[in-house]
Design a protein around this ligand. Structure first.
Ligand SMILES: Cc1ncc(COP(=O)(O)O)c(C=O)c1O
Length: 415
C-alpha cells in the first residue's frame, strides 16, 4: 500500500470516528475515497526543475512584470497553535485524552500577493506570458471580461499600462442599478480602463464579441483573452496563464530546497483553473511526490477537475512533456463553496481574521479566505499527515477586502 493510500484511509477512518460535523461531509468522504494515488508507474515527462525552467524560457518568452521570487515563509504562530490530533493517553478508554498533542503539519505561505504589480496576485505571473504574446501579435488593446470585483481585471489593466497598451474590460454587474467604485473596480477606473458594464439580463459573451468588433471597426488591434487568462481561446492559442504557474512551481520548489524544506502539499484557491493546472504540470514533471490541492471558490468538483486537467494537458503538450493528465488525478474540494462565488461566511471571516491577527497577513474574502477556511477544516479532519509540510499559496485579491469590510467584521464576531 502506498503512503498516499494509507494516509487517505487513515483520514477516512478518523472522519468516520469523529462523526463528521459538516453538512458537506458525505460528499467529502466520497471525494476522498475516489482520490486515486498518484500514478507512480507513469514516468513519462519527468524532468528536473531547472530543465523545466529552461524549456519554458526557450518556448514561451515573457514580459517582466513581477517581483520574483515571492517570499516563502513559515507560518510560525499557526504551526505552533494548530497542532495535530490529541495523542491517545493512558486514561480510561472512551475519554478524550488530555495528554500531549502530536506536533501536526508545518504550515508555510508563498506570498504571491506580493508580486508587486498594483497590489499583486497570481495573475501577474500569468500576464507575463500573456502580455508578451499580445505584444508579439502587434496588439494595441487587451480586451477581457470578468466580474465586477475581478482581480484578473485589475491586474490586466496594470500589466497593459506597463507596456503602453489600452485595456477594455467587459464586467458583469451582479444587480441592476449604479455600481459602487470600490475595491478592484475603483482601481480599474483609477488606472484608466475603458469599462463596459454587462447588465444581469445580458450575455457577457455577446457584449465581449460586440466590443471586439467595435474596436476593430475603429482600427484598433484587440488581443482577446478569457477570464482569468487560463483557457486558450480568443487571441491566446496556448494556456499561457498556466505556464506562469508551472514556472511558479519551479521557483517554489527551488526556494524550499534552499531552505532545506521538503514540500509535501500545496494548497490553493481554484477559480478558472490555470493556477492549479500550471502547478500540476510542474509537480508531475519535476517533483511528482508533491500533492496539489485545490479548494473551489465556486462550482462543482467534476467540472473543475475536467477543466484543470484539460488546461494542464494542453500546457504539458506545449512544453513537449510526454505525460497524460487525467481528471481523476486532480485533487479539488468543492466542500467549501458555501453559498457560492463571493458569498461570505463565518468560516471565511474566521480564516481572514485568524491570519490577520496571528500572522499579520491579509487574505481576501473571495479566494484565499475561502481556501484557508478549507485548509483549516481539512487539517481538523487530519487530511494532512502529522509530518507534512504544507504550503498555502496566497494568490492575492486583497483589494476586495474593502467592499466586504462590514460583512467580514460582523461575521468575525459570530465565528
Ligand atoms: C486572488 C485569486 N486567487 C486565486 C484565483 C484562482 O486562480 P485561477 O483562476 O487560475 O484558478 C483567482 C482568480 O481570479 C484570484 O483572483
Amino acid at each position: 500500500m502506498t503512503t498516499d493510500t494509507l494516509h487517505r484511509r487513515r483520514f477516512l477512518e478518523n472522519g468516520m470516528r469523529a462523526g463528521l460535523t459538516l453538512a458537506a461531509a458525505p460528499a467529502l468522504v466520497t471525494h476522498l475515497a475516489s482520490c486515486r494515488p498518484r500514478q507512480t508507474a507513469d514516468v513519462g515527462g519527468i524532468t528536473t526543475p531547472s530543465r523545466l525552467q529552461r524549456t519554458i524560457d526557450r518556448r514561451f518568452p515573457r514580459a517582466r512584470l513581477a517581483h520574483l521570487p515571492t517570499p516563502l515563509e513559515k507560518l510560525e504562530v499557526l504551526t505552533a497553535e494548530s497542532p495535530g490530533s490529541p495523542s491517545p493517553g493512558p486514561q480510561s478508554p472512551g475519554l478524550r485524552a488530555p495528554g500531549p498533542r502530536s506536533p501536526g503539519p508545518r504550515w508555510f505561505i508563498k506570498r504571491d500577493d506580493q508580486t508587486g504589480l498594483a497590489f499583486g496576485g497570481n495573475k501577474t505571473r500569468k500576464l507575463e506570458f500573456i502580455l508578451q504574446d499580445a505584444l508579439d501579435q502587434g496588439a494595441d488593446t487587451i480586451l477581457t471580461s470578468a466580474g465586477l470585483q475581478s482581480n484578473w481585471a485589475r491586474q490586466t489593466v496594470a500589466a497593459a499600462n506597463m507596456f503602453g497598451l489600452k485595456t477594455v474590460l467587459v464586467l458583469s454587474k451582479p444587480r441592476p442599478g449604479p455600481v459602487d467604485y470600490d475595491g478592484n473596480l475603483f482601481l480599474d477606473a483609477l488606472m484608466g480602463a475603458d469599462i463596459r458594464f454587462v447588465e444581469p439580463d445580458q450575455s457577457r459573451q455577446a457584449v465581449l464579441d460586440q466590443t471586439a468588433e467595435e474596436l476593430k471597426a475603429h482600427g484598433r488591434r484587440p488581443y482577446v483573452v478569457s477570464v482569468g487568462g487560463s483557457r486558450p481561446g480568443g487571441s491566446m492559442a496556448q494556456p499561457l496563464g498556466a505556464m506562469g504557474y508551472t514556472l511558479a512551481f519551479v521557483e517554489l520548489y527551488q526556494q524550499a530546497q534552499e531552505q532545506n524544506t521538503r514540500i509535501d502539499s500545496i494548497v490553493i484557491a481554484n477559480g478558472s483553473g490555470g493556477t492549479q493546472a500550471g502547478l500540476v504540470v510542474g509537480a508531475r514533471a519535476a517533483a511528482p511526490h508533491v500533492r496539489i490541492v485545490g479548494i473551489n471558490v465556486s462550482g462543482a468538483r467534476e467540472p473543475a477537475r475536467n477543466n484543470i486537467a484539460s488546461i494542464a494537458q494542453a500546457a504539458a503538450h506545449g512544453l513537449d512533456l510526454d505525460m497524460t493528465i487525467t481528471p481523476e488525478e486532480i485533487i479539488v474540494f468543492d466542500d467549501y463553496v458555501g453559498e457560492g462565488y463571493g458569498v461570505m461566511s463565518p468560516e471565511i471571516a474566521r480564516a481572514i481574521t485568524l491570519l490577520a491577527r496571528k500572522e499579520a497577513i491579509l487574505l481576501d474574502p473571495v479566494y484565499t479566505g475561502k481556501a484557508l477556511a478549507g485548509l483549516l477544516d481539512l487539517n481538523e479532519r487530519e487530511y494532512f499527515r502529522e509530518d507534512e509540510n504544507v504550503v498555502f499559496i496566497h494568490t492575492g485579491g486583497t483589494p476586495a477586502l474593502f467592499p466586504y469590510r462590514q460583512e467580514i467584521l460582523e461575521l468575525a464576531e459570530t465565528a
